[in-house]
Structures are given as structure tokens and as C-alpha cells.
Design a protein around this ligand. Structure first.
Ligand code: AMP
Ligand code: ZN
Length: 469
């Protein structure tokens, strides 16, 4: 499996630190608003990386944080006259809903910055002791960037070019730092803001320190993969490397993966530019599986332009797969159980070839665009060779392969079949009969089965009522 590593600017063979295990950290969103579909790109992309690794048999420890203390969160809290935690709590919940609807798996751990302050204080203390950090007169603690000799190795920037070329490094309020390249580890509190006590001043952490600390706590000092959008390469990830490697004295992450931007009219989609659609906006018009399909139809390192036309194309692409599966389901209803013999066996034997081709695309730095083409070829193969005389075993094999490959991409292509009203009534009748016969286990089983299919039962005095959840 080859992964393009931003650090070496090359595709490298993936060799995990520990055989069979992957330790992976993905920088998560700052929670002050509904996420937009630009934020959704890394979520979908790295969830697919995770799923593919799991398919290959790796046990993946996947950590992704929520940044829940930040200027933008505080600003919103002030506007609404509530505590910052009310804002972050609300948008973490909303973000989880969006992730679920996009079929993004829950991380092994989703740490939050505000719950990891202790670890941050410890790491900052270590950096102070090692001379990599200092306290300015106003209580701010800075990282002494020039002392970390490898600074710039991820973004391939040279310290002197940075100094000369990047005037924005001279931030107002940070006049007391020794060098324009130094960045904040801890800053003093301001009136009305959340703060924590520390040996340097009451205050709150800078942004970068949280990821260094959470990655270490949940994955260890050295990890396999660290990932995020390409805007994070500099300064965020460069600063994370400096903090972690200076504090721990060893490599922080071996492979650095970055997704390219989701653009709109060839400009990065962002909250600040105002050119964004939230995931929620899209969900009003499309099943979010289609958004997922759209994201994966391009390679993650290629910029992707969002447009209504491309979403329509994604819709028909996704529906091609879904229709392929429902055709098979339809044929399965009356399929003969006896195999049709030689010809079917030969065709079934071709199915592994699709997996091999799919894996080859994914092994090449997760080329989901090519992997999806393989799914299309497979659907075409199924449409060509499945018919009324096909055996159940052959149809099942075709369906299983389409579902398996789609599932690695996180695409749900088989919808739960909706129960008809009559079928629901019959099951409710059966449940009543089971209760009468004091077979409560069976009665509960029926209730659960219905619930699983989205039907909620309510026992009332007038009898059992039901509704679709
Ligand atoms: P933020 O909430 O801005 O810290 O972003 C959360 C994640 O979304 C980071 O990995 C960003 O790099 C990523 N991201 C933000 N905007 C875009 C975009 N337009 N395209 C792709 N990734 C983005
Ligand atoms: Zn981060």
C-alpha cells in the first residue's frame, strides 16, 4: 500500500510501527457552526482510508478531535449571551449527526481540547524545561521556533524565507515575543473568556498544542498517520511537529496526509469567504450518500470543484450502483436454488478479479476515483450476466461483491426495504398473539424487528398504534 507523504513529497510504501495496527490522527473541526461541505471532505476521505485499512485487516486506532475552545466559539457565545461550552456542545452534536448521515464512522476516540488541559500544561512545562518555550512579561508562553532546527520540514519552507516573506507572523498583541516566528502555546485570559489556571498565567491554550497532546495521549509519542486538509500543513502541522518532537525527542508522525480543497468557482470553500454550503443545506436536496460519492469521485489530493451539475452527475452515478443492487434483489425473489452450472461458475470466478483491481487502485495512494470505476464495471458485469434463469447463489455472489466494494468506500448501496402498511399490521397481529400466549420473548423480538425497520410501536388503551420513525 503506497501513501503520498507530504513530508517526503513522495509516495511511500506504508509500513506500520506495529504490524497489523494503525495509529491515525485526523485534525477535526472547530465547533462554532454547522460544518460546511469543505470540512466534510477530510471527514469522508480519511474515513475511507480507515475503512480500506480495516478491510486489509489492520486494526485502526482512529483519533479525531473537536476544537472546543477558540476565538470564534467565544465570539459566538458572546453574541448569544451564553457560555462557550453551550456553543461547542451544540455544534459537536450537530457535527455528529452530519457525520452519521454521511456514514462517517465514529472515531475510536473523539477528544475535546477543554478536557485535555492538564496534558497541555505538562507538555508546555516540558518544553520550558528543555528551553523550547519561554514566558513573556504578559504571561504568554511562546514556542522558540528557531531552536527547533527541523522547523519547516513538512511545509518545505526555509526559516529565513518565512521570516522575510510572512509579515502576518507579526501579530498584534504578540509584540513581546523574542522572534517573529515564535508561536503561542498559552495565552492570558481576557475578560469574559473561559480560562484555566497555569504556572504562567490564568489563560487558555494556543491552538496547536491540543493536537500534539491528544495524539500522544491516545496514540502514543510516535504515530503512523497524521492527516487533515492541506491548509493545515502550515503553520498548524508544522507547529505540531515542532512541539511534539521537541518535547518527546522522537519522530511525531511517519506519514502526513493532506486532502486538497473543495472549491466553489475555483476558490476554497470557507466560512470566512462566505462561499459555502453546509452539509445540512445539501441534505435538503440530496441523500448524503450522494455527497459522499461526489467527494470520492475525485482523488483526495486533487482540488474538487463543487457545482450543481457535478452533484447531479454524482447522483446518477450513485444510483447506477443502487439500481444494480435492487435489480439483483428483484431477481433473487424468484431465483432457482440449483446453480446453472459451468457457465455461472466461470463467471463467479471472475469476481475476485474485481476485488484485485479495486485494491490495486486503493493501494495506489487511495485512488477512490479509479476504485469507483471498478464498482461501475462490476455493476455492468452484473447487469449483463444476471437474468431470470440465474441461480440464487450466483446472484448473491454478485450482490455481495458490489456491496462489499461499496462498503469499503462507505457507500450504502443497499437500502433497507420499506415495510408496507399491511406487513406491519400482520407483524403487530403476530405480536399480540405471542403476548396472549405469554410468549414475551417472541413479542419483544417482533417489536425490535419493527424498530430496526424504523417502525415505532405504542401500546395504548385503544390498542397498538404505530408510526414510522
Ligand atoms: P476547521 O474547522 O476550519 O479547522 O477545518 C476542519 C477541517 O476541514 C480541516 O482539516 C481543514 O483543513 C478542512 N477544510 C476546511 N475547509 C476546507 C475546504 N474548502 N476543502 C477541504 N478541506 C477543508
Ligand atoms: Zn490538529
Amino acid at each position: 500500500m503506497k501513501i503520498y507523504n507530504t513530508l517526503s513529497k513522495q509516495k511511500e510504501e506504508f509500513i506500520p510501527l506495529e504490524p497489523g495496527k494503525v495509529r491515525m490522527y485526523v485534525c477535526g473541526p472547530t465547533v462554532y457552526n454547522l460544518i460546511h461541505i469543505g470540512n466534510a471532505r477530510p471527514m469522508i476521505v480519511f474515513d475511507t482510508v480507515r475503512r480500506y485499512m480495516e478491510h486489509k485487516g489492520y486494526e485502526v486506532n482512529f483519533v479525531s478531535n473537536f476544537t472546543d475552545v477558540d476565538d470564534k466559539i467565544i465570539k459566538k457565545a458572546v453574541e448569544e449571551g451564553v457560555d462557550a461550552s453551550v456553543i461547542s456542545e451544540r455544534y459537536i452534536e450537530e457535527c455528529r449527526k452530519d457525520m452519521k448521515a454521511m456514514n462517517v464512522k465514529t472515531a475510536t476516540t473523539h477528544p475535546r481540547a477543554t478536557e485535555e488541559i492538564c496534558g497541555m500544561l505538562e507538555m508546555i512545562q516540558t518544553l520550558m524545561e528543555k528551553g523550547y518555550a519561554y514566558r513573556a512579561a504578559d504571561g504568554t508562553v511562546y514556542f522558540r521556533t528557531r531552536k527547533f532546527k527541523e522547523y519547516g520540514k513538512l511545509s518545505h519552507k526555509n526559516l529565513d524565507d518565512l521570516q522575510g516573506g510572512n509579515r502576518s507572523l507579526l501579530v498584534s498583541g504578540e509584540e513581546q515575543k523574542e522572534d517573529a516566528l515564535d508561536f503561542v502555546l498559552w495565552k492570558p485570559k481576557k475578560e469574559g473568556e473561559p480560562y484555566w489556571e497555569s504556572p504562567w498565567c490564568s489563560g487558555r491554550p494556543g491552538w496547536h498544542i491540543e493536537c500534539s497532546v491528544m495524539s500522544k495521549k491516545y496514540l502514543g509519542e510516535e504515530i503512523d498517520i497524521h492527516a487533515g486538509g492541506e491548509d493545515l500543513v502550515f503553520p498548524h502541522h508544522e507547529n505540531e511537529i515542532a512541539q511534539s518532537e521537541a518535547a518527546n525527542g522522537r519522530t511525531f508522525a511517519r506519514y502526513w496526509m493532506h486532502n486538497a480543497f473543495l472549491n466553489i468557482d475555483n476558490r476554497k470553500m470557507s466560512k470566512s469567504a462566505g462561499n459555502f454550503f453546509t452539509v445540512r443545506d445539501i441534505s435538503e436536496k440530496y441523500d448524503l450518500q450522494i455527497l459522499r460519492f461526489f467527494m470520492l469521485s475525485a482523488h483526495y489530493r486533487s482540488p474538487l470543484n463543487f457545482s450543481g451539475e457535478l452533484m447531479e452527475a454524482a447522483k446518477s452515478g450513485y444510483e447506477r450502483i443502487v439500481t444494480g443492487v435492487s435489480n439483483l434483489n428483484f431477481l433473487l425473489k424468484n431465483a432457482p436454488s440449483a446453480t446453472a452450472g459451468g457457465e455461472e461458475d466461470a463467471l463467479a470466478a471472475e469476481l475476485d478479479g474485481f476485488s484485485a483491481k479495486f485494491d490495486a487502485a486503493m493501494d495506489d495512494d487511495f485512488n477512490t476515483a479509479d476504485a469507483i470505476s471498478v464498482i461501475f464495471e462490476l455493476v455492468k458485469f452484473a447487469n449483463t450476466h444476471a437474468g431470470e434463469g440465474s441461480s440464487a447463489a450466483f446472484l448473491e455472489a454478485l450482490k455481495k461483491k458490489i456491496v462489499e466494494l461499496s462498503d469499503i468506500c462507505g457507500l450504502l448501496v443497499e437500502k433497507e426495504e420499506e415495510l408496507l402498511d399491511g406487513e406491519i399490521e400482520t407483524l403487530i397481529g403476530e405480536r399480540q398473539a405471542a403476548r396472549k400466549a405469554k410468549d414475551f420473548a417472541r413479542a419483544d423480538e417482533i417489536r425490535d424487528e419493527l424498530l430496526h425497520k424504523g417502525i415505532v410501536l405504542e401500546d395504548t388503551r385503544e390498542g397498538v398504534k404505530w408510526k414510522r420513525a
